[in-house]
Design a binder for this molecule. Structure first.
Ligand code: MN
Length: 494
């Protein structure tokens, strides 16, 4: 599985020969100091690598071509210390096939009123040079993100870290395999989509395998492998009823998990989906197995929903190493519609990731009211109160649309005494009525990728660099504005 710090970014500083060698030496040393300082900060998950100062078309073109070819370079960060005539950037930028962040910053923080002369002003003119560079990227309509501010400020570093996480994940997406066991669930619309277009746009490869391929691997799983995974389960979860019947069913999930993980590793898969209409040869629907694999970082979604599985993996990688929160496959299920207590209860048949759990999950074995298989073992828990979002990815025909709703997960007022699945109870922003009306208006699905580790900034950057439409439902959303945005976006995104 790929990791966020497998990736790095190239730092390109723009200038030109007109300033003379002395000035260019200062440009290079200032730039190196910025990179060295940013690389020392805790916040940034990936390293920046300094490149020689960009002073000619040939240097720019060659550097960008090399960035394109380096699989661990996840993008370029561009900064115009001085003026850098943008015509010489055109050929390089035309070739660029990775995310770009333009930083609009300046080596010095304060204007040195009493000492500055024209030499100082000529050297420190990012305000000037960054506009020239901005013009050409706008003229060429390149996917790009722009970050303004002083490079030593926390705000700047935090935003850059978010951009890096989105870009590293984008780069990783270009070699991501999303393994499908079984096809899309029969007759369901929103979970289906154009896999070829997703491959072209995002690099996601989404191969199909028959469930029999997994069953074959399960035959080779040994008892001692199962014993060791059972020990791992007991470290993280409580088995509340260790009857012989239950243990046997939990061991069956362990067997499925071992086979699933081997299959994913052998086929370089980082996300997968199952379909409960196609479980031939499996005794149970994989529940605990999928939940524990999600905890390890794999993307997952049920019912053949490869888009959501890929998005869960994307969020998990984006959030790797962050202290707080988790990411999970989620499904909107049931509402509480009392005025003043308007909540959304999310869950799934079984497969919610324990990274969002409050406290220690329990492993339980219960019948499944759907599918006609043996009682599956699953993790049961409430989710930890937190701010977060739900993110849906849908295919509108020829293109993908992302819909994000900011939410607040809350503690349930009463105990769920008989609900045998993991769940989350949340208040959508800005309010229940607006959020649900906008969600449904946009075509967002009943499945989503939920995160309590990330915020909208990450997804905004991700959408920018992948040229994806993002419709965000948040504190300032109104149905009227959202409806207008839906109409405008339909013209803009074709
Ligand atoms: Mn579902």
């Amino acid at each position: 599985m790929k990791h966020i710090n497998d990736y790095y970014f190239w730092f390109l500083t723009g200038s030109q020969h007109l300033y003379g060698e002395e000035a260019l030496k200062k440009v290079a040393s200032d730039s190196e100091e910025i990179v060295a300082s940013l690389n020392k900060t805790q916040e940034l998950p990936c390293k920046l690598i300094s490149k020689q100062t960009m002073v000619s078309q040939s240097i720019i073109e060659r550097t960008i071509m090399e960035a394109n070819l380096d699989p661990n370079c996840a993008g370029i960060v561009c900064w115009m210390h001085t003026f850098s005539p943008a015509k010489m950037w055109i050929n390089g930028l035309k070739a660029l096939n990775k995310p770009m962040l333009q930083i609009n910053t300046q080596f010095n923080q304060k204007i040195p009123y009493s000492t500055m002369d024209m030499d100082f002003m000529n050297l420190n003119q990012s305000a000037h040079g960054d506009r020239e560079f901005g013009y050409i990227t706008a003229r060429m309509n390149l996917p790009r993100s722009i970050l303004s501010g002083y490079w030593k400020d926390d705000r700047f570093k935090i935003k850059m870290a978010k951009w890096m996480r989105a870009a590293a994940t984008t780069q990783a997406g270009h070699s991501m395999n999303v393994i499908r066991f079984g096809d899309n669930m029969r007759d369901v619309a929103v979970t289906d989509g154009d896999k070829i277009q997703a491959y072209i746009n995002l690099g996601w490869n989404i191969p199909y395998y028959g469930i029999g391929d997994l069953v074959d691997i399960m035959k080779d799983v040994t008892e001692s492998q199962i014993d060791s995974l059972m020990n791992e389960y007991q470290k993280d979860y409580d088995i509340i009823d260790a009857s012989e019947y239950n243990i046997e069913h939990i061991r069956e999930q362990a067997k499925m998990e071992i086979a699933l993980e081997k299959f994913l590793i052998d086929n370089d898969g980082e996300a997968f989906c199952t379909n409960f209409q196609d479980l031939h040869g499996l005794k149970q629907l994989p529940g605990l197995a999928c939940q524990h694999l999600m905890k390890k970082g794999y993307g997952f979604a049920g019912e053949g929903d490869w888009k959501t599985a890929a998005m869960v993996r994307t969020l998990k990688m984006m959030a790797e190493g962050l202290d707080e929160g988790g990411c999970s496959f989620m499904e909107d299920y049931t509402y509480n519609l009392e005025e003043g207590k308007l909540y959304n209860l999310g869950s799934h048949m079984l497969e919610v990731c324990p990274s969002i759990a409050k406290g220690r999950p329990t492993i339980e074995v219960h019948p499944l009211g759907i599918g006609d298989k043996e009682d599956p073992a699953r993790l049961v828990f409430d989710s930890k109160p937190s701010k977060g979002f739900t993110l849906s990815i849908v295919d509108l025909g020829g293109r993908l649309r992302l819909i994000l709703n900011e939410i607040e997960i809350i503690d349930p007022e009463e105990k769920f005494k008989k609900l045998p699945v993991a769940r989350a109870l949340w208040k959508p922003l800005p309010d229940f009525y607006t959020a649900t009306e906008c969600w449904i208006l946009s075509g967002a699905g009943h499945h989503n990728a939920m995160s309590t580790a990330l915020d909208v900034d990450y997804i905004t950057y991700y959408a920018e660099m992948n040229d994806l439409e993002l419709m965000s439902i948040n504190e300032s959303t109104t149905v009227e504005n959202f409806r207008l945005l839906d109409k405008l976006n339909r013209s803009a995104w074709k």
